[in-house]
Design a protein around this ligand. Sequence first.
Ligand code: ASC
Length: 167
Amino acid sequence: MLSTLIRAAAIVAIGASVSTTLMIASAGPASAAPTEAQKQAIQARRGYYRMVALNFGPLVAMAKGEAPFDKDKASLHASNLELLANVDLTPVFPEGTDNDAAFGETRALAKIWAELPEVTKKDDAFEAAAKAIAAAAPNGRDALRPAGGALGQSCKGCHDAYRAKDF
Ligand code: ASC
């Protein structure tokens, strides 16, 4: 009786230790995995920056003389950039959507959430540069060129500090 109890207790103890080990083993990346809502925020964020790039690209091409200057096109893309830059990005930057938590899905460094006032300043610089390019765009290539350069610098300012080089 006693030995049976001891054996049963030992089996329970071994079982407990095995399951504890398994829990520890799976507690790494699995526990940090983003939720569905966090994944959706990452996708929306990436879509947002694709919209920014999609509108900036033609302006860069015109500024560089790789495409002919087209006033209507320049105005459309630059005004889109101004609108995009004014979007409040809070909903697409929730906690837990950095590239440690969602490796392979985003290049956003965790540092963003640790330095939000700095990041906000960089976003304000982007907003100012987008406003300036919207004002400059209808005025021809010579006006577009410096405004495009300034906008590109504002993109780069954030990428250098807060975006991982790779996924
Ligand atoms: C672009 C684009 C960026 C910025 C950046 C400017 O056209 O997609 O991410 O310009 O390269 O430095």
